[in-house]
Design a protein around this ligand. Structure first.
Ligand SMILES: NC(=O)c1ccc[n+]([C@@H]2O[C@H](COP(=O)([O-])OP(=O)(O)OC[C@H]3O[C@@H](n4cnc5c(N)ncnc54)[C@H](OP(=O)(O)O)[C@@H]3O)[C@@H](O)[C@H]2O)c1
Length: 272
């Protein structure tokens, strides 16, 4: 296995596979207002979709849209025969949450795998739609032949979109599962005593360069999901330079897991 686990080659392989699938699929996107983070995410999705030959239909609503208008545009997409999956781009006005909207969209349009039905299937070990970030981690592991069976895998972070689904996926009785999983969060005590026993360490906490060399043992495989701004640069949750010296393999930021997520999102359209 190479030491620096880059994401682009993994994404290219997924995009190439999508391009050869037929019939072509369309992704509906609901976006409210002009949040710069979600605008740049959408730009990235458009670029990947173009390469994958997937159509994108965006419903852009004004910042001050009423709850009813947003619900109506989700319903319209559901009822249109041209949309195969709906991406709900946060943030939404405080009157409505993504949880309410995904219930309206329904599990059959849930391209992000966040509907309670799809989350439930994942928890049961029978995922139909895997959320894009955990999906990207699994694709990366598969591509580089990371053996999870019996490996002590420590996950930093228990969010609904990353840590929790990932922990359950890695627990599956599956070639990409069978790991012994420890999930850590902000109330975990003696974090370092847990991380230094990890064969595989996955960081998803949103704290710039938090994981330093003291957290890891020689030969660890490190997967950094974090995306943080530090001094006008993107950095991960892992202090790449110091941890790289001890790691057997490590993902960079940018250029690691983040490069794969939109490709996984688009591939989910073909699973819905
Ligand atoms: N690569 C991608 O495509 C991608 C996609 C999504 C997210 N991300 C990035 O991944 C990171 C995590 O995202 P998220 O949405 O999962 O974040 P989140 O919802 O804020 O969750 C962060 C998790 O980290 C835990 N945590 C915070 N500080 C900690 C500490 N000092 N020690 C141990 N655990 C700690 C929190 O614990 P509590 O539960 O106790 O609060 C929480 O479970 C962010 O940098 C985000 O930008 C990347």
């Amino acid at each position: 296995m190479q030491k620096i686990l880059k994401g682009k080659v993994v994404a290219d392989k997924i995009i190439d596979k999508i391009r050869r699938l037929s019939p072509k699929r369309s992704l509906g996107v609901i976006k409210v207002g002009s949040d710069p983070g979600s605008s740049s995410y959408l730009k990235g999705i458009r670029k990947t979709a173009e390469r994958a030959d997937v159509e994108i239909k965006v419903s852009e609503l004004a910042e001050n849209s009423m709850k009813e208008e947003i619900i109506e545009s989700v319903k319209e997409m559901r009822e249109s025969n041209e949309i195969n999956g709906i991406l709900l781009m946060e943030p939404f006005p405080k009157e409505i949450s993504i949880d309410e909207l995904i219930e309206i969209a329904g599990p059959e349009f849930d391209v992000e795998g966040i509907h309670p039905y799809n989350m439930g299937k994942l928890l049961l070990g029978e995922p139909q739609i895997i959320p894009s970030t955990p999906g990207a981690v699994l694709e990366l592991m598969d591509f580089y032949g990371i053996d999870t069976e019996g490996a002590h895998t420590v996950i930093l972070g228990r969010s609904k979109v990353v840590g929790k689904p990932l922990a359950n996926l890695l627990l599956r009785k599956n070639p990409l599962g069978n790991a012994t999983v420890t999930v850590c969060h902000s109330k975990t005590e003696n974090l370092e005593s847990l991380t230094e026993t990890a064969d595989i360490l996955i960081a998803a906490i949103g704290k710039a360069e938090f994981v330093t060399e003291e957290f890891v043992r020689e030969g660890v495989i490190v997967i950094d999901v974090g995306i943080n701004m530090k001094d006008n640069h993107l950095v991960g949750d892992v202090d790449f330079e110091s941890v790289k010296e001890k790691a057997h393999a490590i993902t960079p930021v940018p250029g690691g897991v983040g490069s794969i997520t939109t490709a996984v999102l688009l591939s989910n359209l073909y699973k819905l």
